[in-house]
Design a protein around this ligand. Structure first.
Ligand code: NAP
Ligand code: GDD
Length: 371
């Protein structure tokens, strides 16, 4: 597990040392570094030779599991990953982190990112997602005014298109359908406004759904692959789902963080749709995953009204032509490969749990009934 203990004061010392020896190493700050995308992006930037700083919120348990593979103790010579405590709901902390890390690139990925949860926690979602982006922009505005050349990536979402019919591109009207979507749209427009008002390099990525074995367990793809694997291994019997007819444009997170980086390498700050251009229903995802592992899903899947949303986004499918032309970006992983990759990962986890269970150990029963 990663230890963030007193990393802020450590980073301050680190900055003093660095100020003496000016290097040409690029520095990036990632908010939301502990999330699915944050962990992939950190890996990508480290592989490109960046010094990576991440904002991590304080939790009573470890929340840095996705970073275990890349973490090195910051006291070690040559460490390139530095974590700082901070929260999108607090501007002062963000300013301290900018001062300590002195990044040239900032990726604002932090969010309460669950759409269904945003209906239950609307005010909190707006505070973190919308006003959180504004806090970063205000901090960046002052940071740039002090002479720092800095570029900011804002993580936008296809949820901002909501009810606008597909295919959706950069010119499609926005029509969000959840407090999360509305908050992301506010963040998007704050970013556009700060770009125009202050000449800041601020770019919005409008990303369609992207998944991976690291996807949070309560998003529908991971909920399905995890539950099917557990059903296959006899660890659970039921999977409770909501709307199976909604359609999503699902890509692979590893491909999408490459697009984020390319967006910040452009000569001008612009907004880009990032998508595969192919959509599938939740039912299709379920069928494909069940076929892969040989589980007769009809016997195990039940519907639960808790997982339906008061207002649903029925159909999204992105047109990423602009990204293809200007960024030279195209997704590499296809839908079938994505399902297989996630199923394989969750089957392996389920096998490990089954081994523990057969040896008499208790294994977690959670999984059948989460958002
Ligand atoms: P995720 O796995 O849910 O990660 C969200 C990150 O934000 C986590 O590191 C989380 O920390 C952090 N966070 C949550 N609340 C915070 C707060 N109050 N202060 C600071 N950090 C906070 O999301 P993701 O899938 O990686 O997505 C990354 C970003 O892209 C999000 O902004 C999301 O809304 C957006 N997006 C995602 C997709 C997608 O399909 N994945 C598509 C479009 C846009 P903890 O680890 O402590 O929870
Ligand atoms: N989570 C969940 N749980 N979704 C379910 C379930 C269930 O049990 N049953 C059906 N669904 C349907 C939802 O109603 C939705 O139509 C679809 O599955 C996808 O839901 P999620 O996987 O929760 O993702 P999302 O599309 O709402 O939001 C994700 O993608 C956005 C990009 O468009 C999140 O990652 C957002 O943060 C992101 O912006």
């Amino acid at each position: 597990m990663v230890n963030v203990t007193d990393s802020l004061s450590h980073s301050r010392g680190h900055r003093k040392k660095r100020d003496k020896v000016k290097t040409s190493v690029k520095r990036a700050l990632i908010t939301g570094i502990t999330g699915q995308d944050g962990s992939f992006l950190a890996e990508l930037l480290l592989a490109k030779g960046y010094e990576v700083h991440g904002m991590v919120r304080r939790a009573s348990t470890f929340n840095t599991e996705r970073l275990d593979a890349i973490y090195a103790d910051p006291h070690e010579h040559g460490a390139k990953l530095f974590l700082h405590y901070g929260d999108s709901s607090e501007g002062a902390g963000i300013r301290h982190i900018l001062e300590a890390a002195q990044p040239e690139e900032i990726y604002n990925l932090a969010a309460q990112s669950h759409v269904r949860v945003s209906f239950d926690q609307a005010e909190y979602t707006a505070n973190v997602v919308a006003t959180g982006a504004l806090r970063i922009l205000e901090a960046v505005r002052d940071y740039a005014a002090r002479g720092h050349a800095v570029r900011l990536y804002q993580a936008g979402s296809s949820e901002m298109f909501g009810a606008s019919p597909p295919p959706q591109n950069e010119s499609t009207p926005f029509y969000p359908r959840s407090p999360y979507g509305v908050s992301k749209l506010a963040a998007h427009w704050y970013a556009v406004n700060y770009r125009e008002a202050y000449g800041l390099f601020v770019a919005n990525g409008i990303l369609f759904n992207h998944e991976s074995p690291r996807r949070g367990e309560t998003f529908v793809t991971r909920k399905i692959t995890r539950a099917l694997a557990r059903i296959k291994l006899g660890l659970q019997d039921k999977l409770y789902l909501g709307n199976l007819e909604a359609r999503r444009d699902w890509g692979y997170a590893g491909d999408y963080v490459e697009a984020m980086w390319r967006i910040l390498q452009q000569p001008e700050a612009e907004d880009f749709v990032i998508a595969t251009g192919e959509s599938h229903s939740v039912r299709e995802f379920l069928e494909r995953a069940a076929d892969y592992c040989g589980v007769p899903w009809q016997r195990h899947v039940e519907r639960d009204s808790r997982y339906f949303r008061p207002t649903e986004v029925d159909n999204v499918c992105g047109d990423a032509s602009k990204a293809r032309e200007k960024l030279g970006w195209a997704p590499k992983v296809k839908f079938e490969e994505l399902v297989a990759m996630m199923m394989e990962h969750d089957l392996e986890l389920a096998r490990q749990q089954a081994t523990l269970a057969s040896a008499g150990h208790r294994v977690s029963g959670r999984g059948a009934s989460q958002s």
